[in-house]
Design a protein around this ligand. Structure first.
Ligand code: MAN
Ligand code: CA
Length: 240
């Protein structure tokens, strides 16, 4: 039975193939034949086919021209602190320091020269203070004016060493010196010219004893102090 089925199927396939080939031959024959003998009129054209589908998108165009420059942007935030400078940056400073050291030595030499001249002329120096005789004699008021005109004040010893320097001047000139101290403003309270109370005194025994009659101070050649009338004539020494 199975063999019979296969055979029938093969026969059917063969008959279909032959029929197709016969149709092709018949059509070719008819076309050639109509060129020789007259055939019937051709039929009308068929109706227009439907609209085709939309085509694919084209390729992109060329790149356009460059645009105009944009506006200036706003300032950015402050940056972080820079790193510590290198040693190389200190080299110019080092040469400046060397130059300054040279100038300082020159000034020191000059100061030494002035110091020698001042001492030769009779001035006394204690630390950074100078005592200079400005007049061989004068009252307290005259003395204040003379020193003020020289940009100084009547000498006011503020420690034993300064007092000693003034004593030396008194001895050298053999004259008592008016100090820049008085109790004219407040009787019994001696003050410096700037109103400050005394930080150092060297009263002789029993002094001060003059009351309202002795409001100024003279420095004896032994270095001790005595309250004295302001209208006497004494050696005038200025303090710078
Ligand atoms: C004189 C004056 C006085 C002083 C006495 C000291 O009288 O100079 O100021 O106090 O001598 O004995
Ligand atoms: Ca006195």
């Amino acid at each position: 039975m199975l063999l019979l089925g296969i055979f029938q199927f093969l026969m059917l396939a063969l008959s279909l193939t032959v029929a197709s080939e016969e149709g092709t031959i018949t059509c070719e024959f008819r076309k050639n034949a109509c060129n020789i003998v007259s055939c019937g009129l051709p039929g009308q054209d068929g109706s227009q086919g439907p609209k085709g589908e939309k085509g694919d998108q084209g390729r992109p165009g060329k790149v356009g021209p460059t645009g105009i420059k944009g506006d200036l942007g706003s300032m950015g935030p402050k940056g972080p602190k820079g790193e510590k400078g290198e040693i190389g940056e200190l080299i110019p400073l080092k040469s400046q320091i060397t130059a300054l050291q040279g100038e300082m030595r020159t000034l020191q030499d000059l100061m030494q020269k002035y110091r020698k001249v001042m001492i030769l002329l009779g001035a006394k120096t204690v630390d950074d203070k100078w005592f200079v005789v400005a007049a061989s004699e004068g009252t307290f008021e005259e003395g204040k004016r003379i020193c003020s005109q020289r940009g100084a004040l009547l000498a006011s010893p503020q420690n034993a060493r300064e007092n000693r320097a003034l004593q030396e001047l008194a001895q050298e000139f053999n004259r008592n010196i008016y100090l820049g101290i008085s109790d004219e403003k407040i009787e019994g309270t001696f003050q410096y010219h700037n109103g400050q109370t005394l930080s150092y005194t060297n009263w002789a025994n029993g002094e001060p004893n003059g009351g309202t009659k002795e409001n100024c101070i003279e420095l004896y050649t032994n270095g001790q102090w005595n309250d004295k009338s302001c209208t006497e004539k004494r050696l005038i020494v200025c303090g710078f």
